[in-house]
Ligand binder design. Structure first.
Ligand code: NAP
Length: 306
């Protein structure tokens, strides 16, 4: 019986130790140092190299080390097994803190004042009017964000694949209601999963449906936004600014125009990271469940891609 941690380019000693404390009788190994692939019953995966699971014939379950699973499902050789993801209240809290900070940054015009400072311009202005927000994606993070901003006194609209009923929030669903969802928002926050349906979803045509002068915040996945269309929308003034935490290629290549664009605020994919303790507890619980033949917690629907 063993668990393989297949998370390349990351120090995994602490995760291994913590998981070992929770599951003292189980061998926890760090890929690629797997003594006997035939005894691996669960793989904890994140950006796993394609093909690395095919020689583990007795795998029963897959566990994502993060909330999103697009990087895992991209592996065409992924075994057809239940896949669970991490759902972490601490990750949600850090996302809410980040989003609130970003909205306040723009409310206070810190973007404009920082540009003025570089030019030694002294020009006081009153705060930007940000009253209405639209959240794209009303899952774990999207619903939490919608409720959080509602409590802070914003008018909140939300958009998802299937229609939701959330007290105080005007909900929209599907392509046909995208315009109604976004067209009045001062800030649009993307919290969609990356799937074949959402790749390049925020293209020129959809970005043009945002209110003139709106601000886009993408904390989901870079490939949901068409980079060129975003640059064009910012250059034309259709969008006032964009805050990006995620990118099509990470780290963002040095020649990418986002780095230098005056209307783009960038952070290096830090809005919300998986908390090791929460992850360990969920991985251990899902291992026990898979051994007992019980359904995993936080199962992903692989057909939908999230
Ligand atoms: P989730 O619980 O799976 O929710 C996804 C939401 O998106 C659902 O409301 C779903 O609608 C909606 N959706 C999916 N496809 C859609 C489509 N084609 N059109 C309209 N709505 C669609 O996901 P989550 O836990 O909230 O996380 C969202 C994403 O955030 C993750 O997938 C991940 O990529 C990203 N993330 C980023 C960070 C970071 O550090 N930047 C951290 C964590 C997560 P239904 O409810 O109708 O199915």
């Amino acid at each position: 019986m063993s668990i393989a941690l297949v998370i390349p380019d990351r120090k995994l000693d602490q995760l291994q130790q913590k998981l070992q404390q929770q599951l003292p009788d189980v061998l926890i190994e760090i890929w690629p140092d797997i003594a006997d692939p035939a005894v691996v019953e669960m793989a904890v995966v994140w950006r796993q190299p394609a093909g690395c699971l095919v020689n583990m014939p007795n795998l029963k379950a897959l566990q994502s080390f993060g909330a999103g699973v697009d990087n895992i499902l991209a592996d065409a050789t992924l075994p057809d097994l239940p896949l669970a993801r991490i759902v972490d209240p601490m990750l949600t809290q850090s996302m809410l803190q980040y989003l609130q900070g970003v909205v306040q940054h723009y409310q206070l015009r810190l973007d404009e004042f920082s540009a003025q400072q570089r030019k030694q311009h002294w020009k006081p202005r009153s705060p930007r009017k940000i009253q209405r927000l639209c959240i794209l994606g009303l899952g774990e993070l999207g619903q939490a964000a919608a409720c959080h901003f509602l409590q802070l006194g914003f008018v909140v609209d939300g958009w998802s694949a299937s229609l939701k009923t959330l007290p105080g929030i005007q909900c929209f669903a599907g392509d046909e209601q995208f315009f109604a969802a976004v067209s009045q928002a001062d800030v649009v926050i993307c919290l969609l999963p990356l799937t074949p349906q959402t790749e390049n979803l925020l293209n020129q045509q959809r970005l043009s449906q945002l209110k003139s002068g709106a601000i886009l915040v993408n904390v989901a996945r870079g490939a949901i936004v068409d980079d060129l269309a975003l640059l064009q929308s910012l250059d034309s003034g259709q969008l006032a600014a964009a805050c990006l935490d995620v990118f099509r290629v990470e780290p963002l290549p040095s020649e990418h125009p986002f780095w230098q664009h005056p209307a783009i605020l960038m952070t290096p994919h830090i809005s919300a990271v998986t908390n090791a303790d929460t992850a360990v507890a969920q991985i251990a619980e899902n291992y026990r469940r898979s051994q007992a033949g019980l359904p995993l917690l936080n199962l992903v629907c692989q057909q939908r891609g999230y």
